[in-house]
Design a protein around this ligand. Structure first.
Ligand code: GLU
Length: 428
């Protein structure tokens, strides 16, 4: 990237990673913020960063230490909100960027939260269930001082799930001396979780994908879809697209890429992944030898639903899809955005496309506070309405201002955050 950003003293230049992408996105939106641009520096630095040591006793008696983070990027519009990721490549720069994207996302779909994110640098596949539980509980205890139902509410993200949320809720509650179900979302239904939360991110991706396709005159029932990531987001989005008649012609996960021109049998692929941990070895499909060929596959909609910085200036030229639907957070770098724009590819940005998860997290939190639970139909109807309205507002703004959907979504989100910032005023 040609533009130099101010690097915080706690990150070295080579560590700027996804935080650099986010800063670039903020620079691109700033000219559209009018007088609120005065406050834009607020968005370029996280409000609060907590780095914690997470020691555990391994099953063999050894002591292991992991590095954990919780970053509260902004709380102008409400408590911090965002997931917790367990991954061997987690870095502070990544968690900072993920927390900031939560701020913009929560404001873009107008749920009353700021933005936060957490993570532990660990490959959870190397831990036993007991070790995983001890690590989760110790991490929760370490970040206990800054989380809470009205302060900051964690949720699942990459490699974390309902069970991890149950342990986090229990640990926080034991420390408080009373059950606090609203401290995390994405919990099991039996502990105050919400119907529809498990599917919500994938469902939101599907709803927004249908909206984008219809704007381009594309019929979903003939669409060819390629999905990167087959977890909670990519797996569920793939299932919903195939149920709507689309052909999911390729799925790539961390181990392999499986392709079938006639469309993959998604239910069978899900069963295979449940049994073997990966799409590798799935019968009834070809396996691509070279992973990088995935990006050049002939498809209509490409759904990156894994990690950030996947579509870069190296592979953006190969892309043949008409729509990129960002199920992951930060999968497309700003340099790739420019290339895709020149090629006429429509990028539906993460802060809209994958906002279904946090939207139903908001429903879960509201249900926990009121101790009154909604039906799955009510939840899905409200989710669909919020996603469609958010997409439509961003689409209209993008056409009025002749900017990308990403810049339009950032205009909507950052304006809401900075209006709140300005109204609240600087303390003291
Ligand atoms: N981890 C999800 C995201 O990136 C959901 C966060 C939440 O529900 O708080 O949006």
């Amino acid at each position: 990237m040609s533009i130099q950003h101010e690097i915080p003293s706690y990150l070295t230049p080579h560590e700027i990673g996804p935080w650099g992408d986010y800063l670039e996105q903020i620079d691109r939106v700033t000219p559209h913020l009018g007088s609120l641009a005065r406050w834009v520096e607020t968005l370029k630095r996280p409000k609060r960063i907590l780095v914690v040591d997470v020691p555990i006793e391994r099953d063999n008696g050894a002591i292991a230490h992991f590095e954990g983070y919780r970053v509260q990027h902004n709380t102008s519009r409400g408590p911090g909100k965002g997931g917790v990721r367990f991954h061997q490549d987690v870095t502070l720069s990544e968690v900072m960027a993920l927390s900031a994207w939560m701020t913009v996302k929560n404001a873009a779909v107008n749920v009353p939260y700021g933005g936060a994110k957490g993570g532990i640098r660990v490959d959870p596949k190397t831990l036993s269930q007991g070790e995983l539980q001890r690590m989760t509980r110790r991490y929760t205890s370490e970040i206990n001082i800054i989380i809470g139902p009205n302060k900051d509410i964690p949720a699942p993200d990459v490699n974390t799930n309902e069970q991890i949320m149950a342990w986090m809720m229990d640990t926080y509650s034991m420390n408080q001396g009373s059950t606090a179900s609203g401290v995390v979302t994405g919990k099991p239904i039996s502990l105050g979780g919400s119907l529809g939360r498990h599917e919500a991110t994938g469902r939101g991706v599907f709803v927004v994908g249908c909206e984008a396709a219809s704007r381009l005159g594309m019929d979903i029932s003939d669409a060819r879809i390629a999905v990167q990531g087959f977890g909670n987001v990519g797996g569920i989005a793939a299932r919903l697209f195939s149920e709507a008649g689309a052909k999911v012609i390729a799925v790539q996960d961390h181990q392999a890429t499986v392709v079938r021109e006639a469309g993959l049998d998604i239910a069978a692929l899900q069963a295979h992944v449940a049994a073997h941990g990966s799409v590798a070895g799935f019968r009834n499909a070809e396996e691509l030898k070279d992973r990088s060929q995935f990006w050049g596959l002939d498809c209509d909609i490409l759904v990156p639903a894994a990690l950030e910085q996947q579509i870069t200036e190296v592979n953006a030229h190969q892309i043949r899809a008409r729509i990129i639907l960002e199920g992951a957070n930060g999968p497309t770098t700003p340099a790739a955005d420019d290339i895709l724009h020149d090629k006429g590819v429509l990028v539906v940005p993460d802060v809209i496309a994958n906002a279904g998860g946090v939207t139903v997290s908001y429903f879960e939190w509201v249900q926990d506070f009121s101790s009154f639970f909604w039906t799955e139909d009510e939840i899905n109807l409200r989710l669909t309405r919020i996603m469609r309205e958010a997409f439509t507002a961003v689409w209209q703004l993008a056409s009025e201002k002749k900017v990308s959907l990403r810049t339009a979504a950032f205009i909507v989100g950052c304006t809401r955050v900075l209006q709140a910032r300005e109204m609240r005023g600087l303390y003291p």
